[in-house]
Design a protein around this ligand. Structure first.
Ligand code: NAD
Ligand code: UGA
Length: 453
């Protein structure tokens, strides 16, 4: 039986891979293809060792790969035959020119848009899956519809809200699917086409449609709000440390208020990940560009507090280790930016390691999934850092354990064994507040957490 529709996704990363695998699983009537310029990444998607670690992902991929899900590098031919093209390329922070350090670097998006035009000989729906500045669709339209081929492209915004570590669950049961399009006949038809895909498994009332600009900006707004909650709680964690209050108790108390809600109130060493910082900085840039410096300053403070939270944590540890850690072994428990992922982008652990190296300590890094990426991130200092898969070896003869990632396995370790092998006095800095501090103190550890006296 021929496929009802051919869906293509350009960009086989943390979003493209899992999102399209879920669409393929839920829509056997569609052919779903994912292409990328990165040949090694595509080879990994076609192997038993996927490039993205995500609980449940392997099972989904293996259930549909070769049936209606395909990974490839034949971008041109895939564009030509596609009816709907999702664009899921990276949109990192610009590192050069105007807006450096804030604006989104849209070069990958632009190249992709131009290759869509070059390879197409019929009109298509092009879906923005990447997170983009508001009104990006306008620029894409200028490229795509300024053609002399007599074909028309309709742009639809469909931002992705999955969180890493829970991507499969988030995709299976999304809080909402957001689809934005032009309020014209063709725009509405295109939105309907995209909504039809999700309607295969997402309840009707969870599929929200808006105008294009609202959809684009909602994605930045959602990430800014989530990150702002963490920065709010982290800012108060510093006050707790001075006043004797306990930030976890405060989060529990305020989270019970249904107007506030309990999620995203976990105090931590700082939020990481490829998106929060990048997307807020992009929002800051947009506000400045639209002449709204007060709004820009408000959101920028969310990022500033986050960096301060990580660096002040390292200072607390340093003070506790008698203000010198030269030559001291310090174990880093967790390098991923959160648990259940191998992703280390903007991980607070990375900043911690750099600060420790500035103090000439000897960091020993352990993680359940992220050691390959950690080695890549620290390629310039490999002679000064050690890596081990085993947390017990990481802690052996160390002066301190700094827990940076909330892997639940860390709470289940034999902490008496760890204590026995460490240099005394032995310090545990629980940067995620996931350990039993009373129990650790009874064993003999000095214990520091976030937002606790
Ligand atoms: P990623 O870097 O993991 O993947 C992007 C992929 O696009 C790369 O494999 C790259 O090789 C490929 N690519 C770049 N230019 C290309 C081109 N011209 N042709 C073909 N392939 C090309 O990025 P990601 O984490 O998947 O994020 C993608 C987008 O989704 C970003 O805009 C991000 O903000 C957004 N987003 C990410 C997450 C997340 O959890 N990571 C969640 C929601 C939204
Ligand atoms: C986040 C959003 O949650 C997703 O909705 C969004 O799609 C995604 O960004 C994106 O645009 O990339 P993600 O960064 O993958 O997802 O993971 P989160 O669960 O949001 O965690 C981000 C960081 O905040 C992690 O370092 C996590 O440990 C930290 N965090 C989270 C806290 O410190 N406290 C909390 O209460 C929650």
């Amino acid at each position: 039986m021929p496929f009802e529709k051919k869906i293509l996704c350009i960009g086989a990363g943390y979003v493209g891979g899992p999102t399209m695998s879920m669409i393929a699983k839920k829509c056997p009537q569609y052919q779903v293809k994912i292409v990328d310029i990165n040949e090694a990444r595509i080879a990994a998607w076609n192997s038993g060792d996927l490039p993205v670690y995500e609980p449940g992902l392997k099972e989904v991929v293996e259930s549909v790969r070769g049936k209606n899900l395909f990974f490839g590098t034949d971008i041109e031919a895939s564009i030509k035959e596609a009816d709907i093209i999702f664009v899921s390329v990276n949109t990192p922070t610009k590192t050069f020119g105007e807006g450096a350090g804030r604006a989104s670097d849209l070069q990958y998006l632009e190249k992709t848009t131009r290759s869509i035009l070059a390879a197409s000989d019929s009109g298509k729906i092009v879906v923005e899956k990447s997170t983009l500045p508001v009104r990006t669709a306008e620029s894409m339209e200028r490229i795509l519809n300024g053609n002399n081929k007599g074909i028309h492209f309709e742009i639809v915004s469909n931002p992705e809200f999955l969180a890493e570590g829970t991507a499969i669950a988030d995709l299976e049961k999304p809080d909402r699917v957001l689809i934005g399009g032009h309020q014209s006949d063709e725009g509405e038809k295109a939105v309907e086409e995209v909504a039809k895909i999700y309607a295969n498994w997402v309840p009707h009332e969870r599929i929200i449609t808006t105008n294009l600009w609202s959809s684009e900006l909602s994605k930045l707004a959602a990430n800014a709000f989530l990150a702002q909650r963490i920065s709010s709680v982290n800012s108060l964690s510093a006050l707790c440390e001075k006043s004797g209050a306990n930030i976890d108790e405060i989060a529990g108390a305020i989270g019970k208020d249904s107007r506030i809600g309990s999620k995203f109130l976990k105090a931590s060493i700082g939020f990481g990940g490829s998106c929060f910082k990048k997307d807020i900085l992009n929002l800051v840039y947009l506000c400045e560009r639209y002449g709204l410096p007060e709004v820009a300053a408000y959101w920028e403070s969310v990022v500033k507090i986050n960096e301060w939270q990580t660096t002040r944590s390292v200072k607390r540890v340093l003070r506790s280790l008698l203000d010198t850690i030269v030559g001291k072994k310090v174990a880093i428990f967790g390098f991923a930016f959160k648990s259940d992922t191998n992703d280390t982008r903007e991980s607070p652990a990375h900043l911690v390691v750099r600060e420790l190296l500035d103090e000439r300590a000897v960091p020993v890094i352990t993680d359940y999934k992220a050691l390959p990426d950690a080695k890549r991130d620290l390629a310039d200092v490999l002679d000064k850092v050690q890596f081990t898969e085993d947390p017990y070896s990481a802690a052996f003869e160390s002066h301190a354990v700094l827990l940076c990632t909330e892997w639940k396995q860390y709470a289940e370790l034999d902490w008496e064994k760890i204590y026995a092998s460490m240099t005394k006095p032995a310090l545990v800095f629980d940067g995620r507040n996931i350990l039993d501090h009373d129990k650790l103190r009874k064993i003999g550890f000095e214990v520091m957490g976030i937002g606790k006296a």
